[in-house]
Design a protein around this ligand. Structure first.
Ligand SMILES: O=C(O)CCC(=O)C(=O)O
Ligand SMILES: [Fe+2]
Length: 203
């Protein structure tokens, strides 16, 4: 039988994105959320920047989430488990799509009530090595009224775009090609927590 990792790889191959509910166990989701909350309370989060290197800047009119980068050399127990899952996704995509993905980088993200991230592409000049975006949502509960959907603009063969709105339901994994799908985070009515990362074609 096809594994969940193979299914993700096939969907990436066929349509450039994949969505998997309950990708991680409820225990792992709750533990990652708990750790994230402790780090937040310890004041470890920073306003997210846009751009990279000399072009890096805080632009709260573009995005106003707060992030904390995962340190691959000092992963917590639960971060390591999630990292291992992403590793399996990486290998499956390489096998199916020959993308030569070599490594992963990621950060916790907290979108406070009222925050958003306007339409953008994850792969741009300074981060051309970002090939595949991988997001896991950690929220305890989410309903329509909470808003804060991830809105993807799927390019169509006729040049138009199809809009796909995805609720940040806890345990849900979203994977997509970083250089192909523009997307945004719609304003959220409730605190919204995730780990966002990128599979890269460099070490
Ligand atoms: O949290 C999300 O749904 C998307 C976040 C995002 O687009 C990003 O961090 O680049
Ligand atoms: Fe993004």
């Amino acid at each position: 039988m096809e594994s969940v990792y193979e299914r993700i790889a096939s969907e990436i191959y066929d349509k450039s994105y994949a969505i998997v509910d309950d990708f991680i166990s409820e225990d792992l989701r709750a533990s990652l959320l708990q750790e994230q909350t402790e780090l937040l309370e310890a004041g470890k989060f920073r306003l997210a920047a846009v751009g990279k290197g000399e072009k890096k800047q805080i632009r709260t009119e573009i995005r106003n989430d707060q992030v904390l980068w995962l340190n691959p050399d000092e992963l917590s127990r639960y971060e390591s488990i999630y990292w291992g899952e992403v590793e399996k996704v990486r290998l499956a995509i390489n096998q199916r799509c020959y993308m030569g993905l070599k490594s992963f980088e990621g950060h916790f993200a907290r979108y406070p009530k009222g925050s958003f991230y306007v339409r953008h592409m994850d792969q741009f000049q300074q981060v051309i090595y970002r090939q595949v975006t991988v997001i896991i949502y950690l929220n305890d509960s989410w309903s329509e009224e909470d808003a804060g959907m991830l809105r993807m603009y799927l390019p169509q063969a006729n040049g138009s775009e199809e809009i796909l709105d995805i609720s940040p339901i806890g345990g849900r994994l979203v994977v997509f090609l970083s250089g192909e799908i523009p997307h945004e985070v719609l304003p959220t009515n409730k605190e919204r927590i995730s780990i966002t990362g990128w599979l890269k074609d460099i070490d």
